[in-house]
Design a protein around this ligand. Structure first.
Ligand SMILES: Cc1ncc(COP(=O)(O)O)c(C=O)c1O
Length: 385
């Protein structure tokens, strides 16, 4: 019997470009600067804590649905220390399976069919498909080259009575742009009398450079009243494979998020949460990250200086965007990225992958969250171009 037809809900969506380029990197033996993950391990105390808790009787069963209380308390203390606001661990913090699950659960909780969701482009590739799966309508506002700043007038023009949610991402993937205190004030003014909620993806919160502080929406008294703010322990502790993140949001928003979270994953790995709760009070582990990543940014830029790549500014995150027009003006960014992977041996991601209409600015993204030796070897290859 023929099986019943399945009509795709996302017919235009293929395998994510990160998986495609990673596979191409593996097949061609290229250095993978495409996908955003480090090639070094999490801090030793975190690894030891996980080993300890895996061996602790009683730490192997389901954790409470919103997250272990001791981890949520540690998150509250960290948030208070960094952003001057102490969320209630009972009603305002939810531990999720990576920021990915938090993003999906927030969108599922908030977006109804026909609702508009504002996305600043280029944007992380999960946002638009997750909005569309809820029947929402993504409305795209371009970030302005070369430093990918939001144009708040364009944001204001795109806001309508149907705008359910605005998605922010700072530090930004793929561009490394960061929002300023003035940006947040401007946004607060735009949203003041509207019912629009905010989803602030801050997974790179500990990677902000040149002495600048990270401007979290949690630290903005007005905006946090309407915001879901996300972070990722995978990014903070070089443990992207652990898939643990969290969401801070006011009680009414958290309640809705949890209604979805409880049916998506119910809860997050128990020993992993214990291990994170052990190390989170060690402030040095995350206070050292801006310096650690600024060194990598500066090293990578220095190594690429003799090449014909034009490097765009990077204020945060762990990606470097580069213009390749002086190397191969005739190629679109995807073809260039494939050739760079297969012929030069360095895998990158084309920036068109972050635009819904595949807009091509002749830019590619390098991930510099790699050992210095990896960056040097990659640069030697890139210097041949
Ligand atoms: C902007 C952004 N948001 C969310 C995520 C996903 O975070 P997690 O690995 O915690 O699910 C990533 C991962 O690359 C990201 O770059």
């Amino acid at each position: 019997m023929p099986h019943p037809p399945l009509v795709s809900k996302l017919p235009d969506v293929g395998t994510s470009i990160f998986s495609v380029m990673t596979q191409l990197a593996q097949e061609s033996g290229a250095i993978n600067l495409a996908q955003g993950f480090p090639d070094y391990d999490p801090p030793q105390p975190l690894l030891e804590a996980l080993a300890r808790h895996v061996l602790t009787p009683g730490h192997q069963q389901y954790a409470p649905m919103p997250g272990l209380p001791r981890l949520r308390e540690a998150i509250a203390a960290k948030t208070a220390r960094l952003y001057g606001y102490s969320p209630d661990p009972g009603t305002e913090i939810t531990v999720t399976s990576g920021a990915t699950e938090a993003l999906y659960a927030v969108l599922a909780a908030v977006v109804r069919p026909g609702d508009e969701v504002l996305i600043l482009e280029p944007a992380y590739d999960l946002y638009a498909p997750a909005v569309r799966l809820q029947g929402g309508v993504p409305v795209y506002v371009p970030l302005l080259l070369p430093d990918f700043r939001p144009d708040w007038d364009q944001v204001a023009a795109a806001l309508s009575s149907r705008t359910r949610l605005l998605l922010l991402n700072s530090p930004h993937n793929p561009t490394g742009a960061t929002l300023t205190a003035a940006d947040l004030d401007t946004l607060a003014g735009l949203l003041r009398d509207s019912p629009t909620l905010l989803l602030s993806d801050e997974v790179y919160e500990h990677m902000v450079f040149d002495g600048q502080p990270h401007r979290s929406v949690v630290g903005h008294a007005e905006l946090r009243e309407r915001a879901f703010v996300l972070s990722s322990f995978g990014k903070t502790y070089h443990a992207t494979g652990w898939k643990v993140g969290y969401c801070v949001a006011p009680p009414a928003l958290t309640a809705e998020l949890r209604r979805v979270h409880q049916f998506v994953t119910f809860s997050v790995s128990t020993p992993t949460q214990h291990a994170l709760a052990d190390v989170l009070p060690d402030t040095n582990l995350y206070d050292s990250l801006p310096g650690f990543y600024q060194h990598k940014r500066d090293l990578f830029r220095e190594l690429l200086a003799p090449t014909r790549f034009r490097l765009l500014p990077v204020q945060g995150g762990y990606f470097q965007v580069a213009d390749f027009r002086d190397i191969a003006p005739e190629l679109d960014d995807e073809t260039f990225a494939r050739r760079l992977t297969q012929e030069t041996g360095v895998a990158v991601v084309p920036i068109s992958a972050f635009y819904h209409n595949r807009q091509d600015h002749r830019l590619v993204r390098f991930c510099f969250a790699k050992q210095d030796a990896t960056l040097r070897t990659a640069a030697e290859r890139l210097q041949q171009l």
